[in-house]
Design a protein around this ligand. Structure first.
Ligand SMILES: Nc1ncnc2c1ncn2[C@@H]1O[C@H](COP(=O)(O)OP(=O)(O)O)[C@@H](O)[C@H]1O
Ligand SMILES: [Mg+2]
Length: 432
């Protein structure tokens, strides 16, 4: 397996290539971003060493090819590289030894990793089996799929399943959560921008549609975008071409689109919040995922699956559910669906000492993955920072759904949008 290197500076690239060669691995050097993007491929590269000013390349590579580990190098902000998906950041100037060591650690870590982490899709209930029958027919085609279902029902799992069973499975799978990104940034996220398109656009940026060329793009929470952007999206779907922001001409792109929503999209259309022509484009194949409470035969198989998953991850013995614990799981309504079940099982596994999970360990209605807000309130934290953290953790807990987050926070959706815009504007200033 090769190790790709990308740096503007020729001599840095050749020094790195030499060290990699000495380590008995095969270096693939690049000084040009576009050539790198055209060549990078998980079939030939396991690690990419990328100069840290190529933040967009780091992010794009990791999004499209999650199996490729990225080592970012340079003198910029390491934490931003890690956020963008790099496994490590090594500052410049660096010593040959430290580079060797970091690379070695990455390579060893990769060999220890299980081959297929995302391969498991549990569908024991009759209703889910029927959905799989549909998916198996639809996956190999080019048809757009709209997946509807409550938060936590497994919409993203289904989108991946479709991609994996499609003729595009060796191509990229690119997901974007449209609820989590402020409107002001969304257009350039989706379509990219040309260098100089606006203040701060120092380099050309490739958008998600372009990254998905030859593969599948998942538009997660598609109902959350503004009506203006809906029109642009419709055009891209119709014409299969994109315009980077600030570009003079369009680029053809070959993608298959899958969209998800946890809202009542027909109602949004009636209320004029979602364009019906866009809906018809996306909804060629509708897939409605039932809530967990409507497919109770999935509950115990999913629980067993998550028990095995936690056991493996934590290196602990698998445990069994006591009969009363099973009853408790089967009797619950699961408003948070499969995601909530996963949290409940994870918590129960960790809190149970013996080999059997008793019923009293199982507690519902807690947001397992959320830290209590009080944990943030260290003296010295500003109210502004507290507020920002609270907003982001609330958004996370409702899967990026801004409407629900606004309700939980007790503010209007408009206020929420304004605050998110404000944070992203500040983030941009301090980066540049
Ligand atoms: N059928 C399933 N089999 C295994 N895991 C599942 C299944 N459905 C959901 N999950 C797990 O539950 C969590 C929530 O699923 P996700 O696809 O993110 O839901 P949604 O996108 O509908 O909110 C994820 O961790 C996912 O791996
Ligand atoms: Mg989701």
């Amino acid at each position: 397996m090769g190790i790709a290197i990308l740096d503007n500076d020729k001599s840095t690239v050749s020094i790195l290539a030499e060290i990699i060669d000495e380590m008995g691995e095969s270096p693939c050097p690049f000084t040009d971003k576009d050539k790198f993007l055209g060549a990078i491929d998980p079939k030939s590269h396991c690690v990419a060493v990328i100069a840290d000013d190529f933040l967009d390349v780091i992010e794009g590579t990791k999004q499209v090819y999650p199996s490729i580990e990225i080592l970012a190098m340079g003198s910029l902000d390491g934490s931003r590289c890690i956020q963008a998906g790099a496994a490590h950041h090594l500052g410049k100037p660096f010593s040959a030894d430290s580079f060797r060591q970091v690379l070695q650690t990455l390579l060893i870590g990769m060999k220890a990793r299980p081959v297929s982490e995302n391969g498991s899709f549990i569908a024991a209930d009759r209703s889910m089996q029927r959905i799989i029958e549909v998916l198996d027919k639809v996956a190999p085609t080019q048809a757009p799929v709209l997946i509807q279902g409550e938060s936590g029902t497994g919409k993203e799992v289904i989108a991946r399943y479709i991609h994996k069973h499609s003729r595009r499975s060796s191509g990229p799978y690119v997901g974007i959560n449209l609820a989590a990104i402020p409107d002001t940034l969304l257009e350039s996220e989706l379509f990219g921008y040309e260098k100089g398109a606006f203040t701060g656009a120092y380099a050309t940026r490739v958008g998600k549609f372009e990254l998905a060329d030859g593969g599948t793009i998942l538009l997660d929470e598609v109902t959350e975008i503004s009506v203006g952007l809906q029109a642009k999206l419709l055009r891209v779907l119709q014409e299969k071409q994109i315009d980077r922001v600030g570009a003079k001409s369009s680029l053809p792109v070959d993608f298959r689109v899958i969209a998800t929503t946890n809202r009542d999209i027909e109602k949004d259309i009636q209320e004029g919040k979602f364009r019906s022509d866009l809906y018809f484009r996306l909804n060629v194949i509708p897939v409605k995922v039932p809530p967990l409470r409507a497919r109770r035969d999935d509950i115990l198989p999913l629980a067993a699956h998550f028990i095995a998953k936690v056991a493996k991850r934590e290196g602990m013995q698998e445990k069994i559910l006591s009969p009363q614990a099973k009853e408790a799981l089967l009797g619950y309504e699961w408003p948070g669906n499969v995601r909530e079940l996963e949290n409940v099982i994870e918590r129960s596994m960790i809190l149970t000492d013996g080999p059997e999970i008793p019923p009293d360990i199982i507690s519902f209605g807690m947001q397992g993955s959320q830290e209590p807000a009080g944990a943030y309130a260290a003296v010295g934290t500003t109210i502004h920072d507290m507020e920002k953290k609270l907003i982001f953790s609330t958004l996370e807990s409702v899967d990026g759904n801004r409407t629900k987050a606004a309700v939980l926070l007790g503010i209007s959706i408009r206020t929420l949008r304004n605050k998110l815009n404000e944070y992203s504007a500040k983030g941009q200033n301090s980066d540049t």
